[in-house]
Ligand binder design. Structure first.
Ligand code: FAD
Length: 465
């Protein structure tokens, strides 16, 4: 008999799991609150809306450097309503693409409603159209994602304070913005609005805390040069109303000092928490510990119930990680393929300049006692980067001391988020330094910076001093 799978949540984790399961011949039920939620956080309130605005910010960045590029005009205006409209158009277009894909499998049914567990094999759905429905399945996959986490800072509940969810709904460019949090989300919004003309202040204990230490050290100078006020080594402790805006008091960590920042708009970007509210996980015996607990095969403490993506404990909170997990899980369930190993996951930050990483950081190499060598090729030595007017930043590579394997790649600079995949392929396939070194790279391209960093490891980089 055909086996059945229920997938709860149609974010990038859930809908890709459902499609792959349908392709592999399972009977599939995919549940989300509303068809409008197809694509989940990533499409509706995350990756795609922010990257749509990032494009606006790139255009503004070029306008802001008009003299450098030889353009002459006095001023330009930004139509915030059009920015939002375009973002909505992009989201709608992608969502209808997903709806079409999901609808093209006869063995995949999309149900609009809220799911909760009756027991470990049975799901109750409170249907959007009214009424209830119960479904049982051989496998259940929880892919309910995450929601913004707001820490208990005094005043954080004042009206009008935004998380990324609300900020993506505004149709104007704020005059000034204070951002609490210097992780990926905080920096992306900070860089976008800074380019669009908002006076941005970022209050944070660290900048891109999971990045390689050299990038963590270098990033503040890029942000400050771009005009962002960075209050680093600080923790926001009090938020008060200040006229039409807010005043944030930040404690400077390790010093008996505070710093005050006032801004019309306040964004709290202090991370996201796994979302499993209302799922009634207890009924299925599913253990939770700040996220759903799963084993190495993504199985929860209830047999036959799995969890993927942002909802699991210690999640990487990346869309492609959620999708890859879901697809690998279904392959394993249907084909009985071997363990699910997803340890080479590139991460991208859309800041100015972009930051990307894959594999281990230098600090991890030190902590693990790995014997390593490293190289660093500056974009100032790359013809394409210079011609783009974006010659700041570098490609850093960490390799085994005997050059037999590339272990980590870290890029800050132009199109870092596209360039990182050459590193991902090298690491995932355990390529050696000479495997990459022998590959001719086209000229003039930013990829040559990666090649030169590889050549540097062999002492053969032409364009480094
Ligand atoms: P989600 O996308 O959160 O989807 C969960 C779905 O479950 C939702 O549709 C929800 O409606 C549904 N659901 C929840 N409970 C129930 C229930 N009881 N019944 C039915 N349905 C339910 N990641 C990247 O890789 N790249 C980026 O550039 C990037 N940018 C981001 C920018 C921002 C501002 C934010 C907030 C996030 C960003 N992310 C990015 C992270 C990315 O959005 C998440 O990692 C990804 O969406 C997680 O996918 P998921 O499938 O686990 O969950």
């Amino acid at each position: 008999m055909t086996k059945k799978i229920i997938v709860i949540g149609a974010g990038p984790g859930g809908y890709e799991t459902a499609i792959r399961a349908a392709q592999l011949g399972l009977d599939v039920i995919l549940i989300d609150k509303d068809k409008k939620e197809l694509g989940g956080t990533c499409l509706n309130r995350g990756c795609i809306p922010t990257k749509t605005y990032f494009k606006n910010a790139e255009i503004a960045n070029s306008f802001n450097r008009k003299e450098e590029f030889g353009f002459e005009f006095d001023n330009y205006n930004i139509n915030g309503k059009r920015l939002q409209e375009r973002k909505n158009e992009v989201v709608t277009q992608i969502r209808s693409g997903i709806e079409f894909l999901v609808g093209s499998y006869k063995n995949l049914e999309l149900i609009e409603g809220l799911a909760s567990f009756v027991d470990s094999k049975t799901i109750k759905i409170a249907l959007k159209e009214g009424g209830e429905r119960e479904e049982t399945a051989d496998y259940i996959v929880i892919a309910t994602g995450s929601v913004p986490f707001v820490p208990p800072i005094k005043g954080a509940d004042l009206e009008g304070i935004m998380t990324s969810d609300e900020l993506l709904d505004i149709d104007y460019v704020p005059e000034s913005m204070a951002i609490i949090g210097g992780g990926v989300i905080g920096l992306e919004f900070g860089c976008i609005y800074n380019e669009l003309g908002t006076k941005v202040s970022v209050i944070t204990n660290e900048v891109l805390g999971s990045a390689d230490e050299e990038i963590q050290k270098r990033m503040p100078s890029f942000l400050k040069k771009a005009g962002i006020e960075l209050i680093k080594g600080a923790r926001a402790s009090l938020i008060e109303k200040d006229g039409e805006g807010y005043k944030v008091t930040a404690d400077i960590i390790g010093k008996d000092k505070t710093k005050e920042v006032s801004a019309k708009t306040l964004l709290i970007a202090t991370g996201r928490r796994p979302f499993y509210d209302g799922l009634n996980l207890e009924a299925a015996g599913i253990e939770v510990d700040r996220g759903i607990v799963v084993d190495e095969n993504l199985e929860t403490t209830a047999k036959g119930v799995y969890a993927i993506g942002d909802v699991i404990k210690n999640s990487m909170q990346l869309a492609h990680w959620a999708s890859f997990q879901g697809v690998s899980l279904v392959e394993k369930l249907v084909k009985g393929s071997s363990e699910i190993v997803i340890d080479v996951v590139p991460a991208a930050t859309f800041s100015f300049p972009e930051v990307s990483q894959v594999g281990i950081t230098e600090q991890e190499a030190k902590e693990k006692g790995i014997k390593y060598v490293k190289s660093k090729f500056n974009f100032s030595g790359n013809g394409k980067a210079v011609s783009l007017g974006e010659a700041e930043g570098f490609v850093k590579i960490i390799a085994k001391e005997d050059l037999s394997e590339i272990l980590g790649v870290h890029i800050v600079g132009p199109h870092a988020n596209d360039l990182i995949h050459e590193g991902a392929i090298a690491i995932a396939n355990k390529l050696s330094v000479s495997d990459i070194a022998k590959v001719v790279h086209a000229h003039p391209t930013l990829s040559e910076a990666f090649m030169e960093a590889v050549h540097q490891l062999e002492g053969a980089s032409i364009h480094s001093a």
